[in-house]
Design a protein around this ligand. Structure first.
Ligand code: EPZ
Length: 422
């Protein structure tokens, strides 16, 4: 295992090019199972999560060739049983369930385990597939999906007690595109990554309207053909670098982004008192004229404040001396693994149920800390950049799951950090 040794106190400046979206790549790679033709997917980030997905596609029978970020995938003959040992390593592999059901009318996927950000149920995924007429059975930790009768389009609502489901919407969408009739998904996730998946499916010949809103209408077709697609930029990676630029930057620009996908991040930074400049596919954060102020946010499904940016903004709040900020987490109420680690660095944080109340301190201090979930780990690196002294962030594999070369990109901005064996 590896750790990251971070020297605090450096200032960041310069430009960083954002990679393709992890959370867009995973369902889009799964969607290539829907056709026997070759698909070409570009800007796929080189992450352990995307590499797991490629392994799963190969195990299912697809031919996969990669040339840096471009994937050539041809799923001519595929099987319906996913490999347990790979699925258990990455929860998002549940998104092969929809395309297998759509193409083969059959799928066997192991029940994804929970993870540090909380229980990760799939009841809404299964409800959606049952609405289409599939039979669902649990057996020995595996989900068995079978459509003994032809699937039929219908109207459904996929909202759960925590709001919409991103991968649940993806799964139902990928089954519905090959399901006879009209399927209407009410309470759909409106995330840009769902819209990106729909745009790829439309290029494959699917008939979809309303993706990117909470109501998606699908007209089923007989079959889909191959297509080429470039994945959208990763809005969470971009947001992470903008928060880094707020914490300890003198002008940090993220390039190759869609500014509209970053609105809650840039609005929050503006409200704090930072300067934001938007030009084409770039966004730049600079120190504002006065001292930054505390901020308050509640995570919500898109277009609300993204849960995947919560930890990073908590790290920023810790550095705003004397300022009170609050972070309320409504999507994954337990998603505060970063709090005890930030407190080890001297942060002042009180937890009240699903809300963190943070009072900025004059100076965080470096300490050995433990990475946990992907975004909490990034938050610890951001805090370490600002801390006095050296911080060791252990279990770096969490970061490598979802950030393409985070440490190298931070180093190009002036950060002093290095990987080492645990
Ligand atoms: C996606 O996960 C993202 N992952 C997550 O990003 C992100 O945090 C999450 O959406 C919310 O935006 C990928 O896209 C690969 P959900 P997903 O289904 O789809 C509950 C990251 O850091 N729920 O939208 O699995 C669930 O427990 C990762 O990149 C049910 O109750 O999340 C949660 O409370 C972390 N039943 C809420 O809904 C279900 O059947 C939202 O979950 C499904 C979900």
């Amino acid at each position: 295992m590896q750790k990251l040794i971070v020297q605090g106190g450096t200032r960041l400046r310069g430009k960083v090019t954002i990679s393709g979206s992890k959370n867009s790549s995973l369902p889009i790679l799964a969607a290539t199972l829907l056709t026997k033709d070759e698909c070409i997917i570009r800007q796929v980030p080189d992450l352990s999560d995307t590499n797991y997905m490629l392994q799963i596609l190969r195990e299912l029978g697809a031919e996969v060739e990669r040339a840096s970020g471009t994937m050539h995938i041809k799923a001519e003959k595929i099987v319906s049983d996913t490999p347990y040992d790979l699925v258990r390593k990455m929860r998002a592999s549940i998104c092969v369930m929809g395309p297998l059901t759509g193409r083969l009318r059959k799928a066997v996927v192991s029940m994804p385990g929970g993870c540090v950000i909380g229980d990760r149920p799939v009841d809404l995924h299964l409800k959606g597939l049952e609405y289409l007429g599939a039979k669902v059975q649990m057996d020995g930790g595996n989900i068995h999906i079978e459509a003994t009768e032809p699937l039929k389009g219908t109207t459904m609502n996929l909202t759960g007690k925590f709001g919409s489901t991103v991968l649940g919407t993806d799964n139902v969408l990928m089954a519905a595109v090959l399901t006879k009739g009209t399927t209407i998904i009410e309470g759909a996730a409106a995330e840009p990554e769902v819209e990106d998946l729909a745009n790829f499916l439309i290029k494959m010949g699917a008939k979809i309207e309303g993706a990117g809103t909470t109501r998606i209408v699908v007209e089923g077709v007989e079959e889909l053909h191959g297509a080429e697609h470039t994945v959208i930029p990763d809005r969470i990676e971009a947001g992470t670098f903008l928060v880094a630029g707020a914490i300890c930057g003198d002008g940090v620009m993220v390039r190759r982004v869609d500014p509209a996908h970053l609105k809650t991040t840039t609005d929050t930074l503006l409200a704090c008192g930072y300067d934001i400049a938007i030009s084409g596919d770039t966004v730049t954060v600079m120190p504002g004229s006065g001292d930054p102020k505390g901020f308050h946010f509640t995570t919500r499904p898109y277009p609300g404040f993204p849960t995947d940016m919560q930890a990073q903004f908590c790290a920023l709040a810790c550095t705003l001396q004397g300022q009170l900020s609050t972070a309320r987490e409504t999507i994954f109420p337990q998603r505060f693994m970063h709090v005890p680690e930030l407190k080890r660095m001297g942060a002042s944080i009180e937890m009240e149920g699903d809300t963190a109340r943070i009072t900025g301190v004059p100076q965080l201090s470096g300490a050995p800390v433990m990475a946990s979930d992907l975004r909490a780990s990034a938050a610890l690196v951001l805090a370490a950049l600002n801390a006095k002294g050296t911080t060791e962030v252990h279990r770096l594999y969490h970061i490598d799951r979802g950030y393409e070369h985070l440490d190298e990109k931070l180093a190009t901005l002036g950060a002093v950090l290095q990987r080492a064996k645990e």
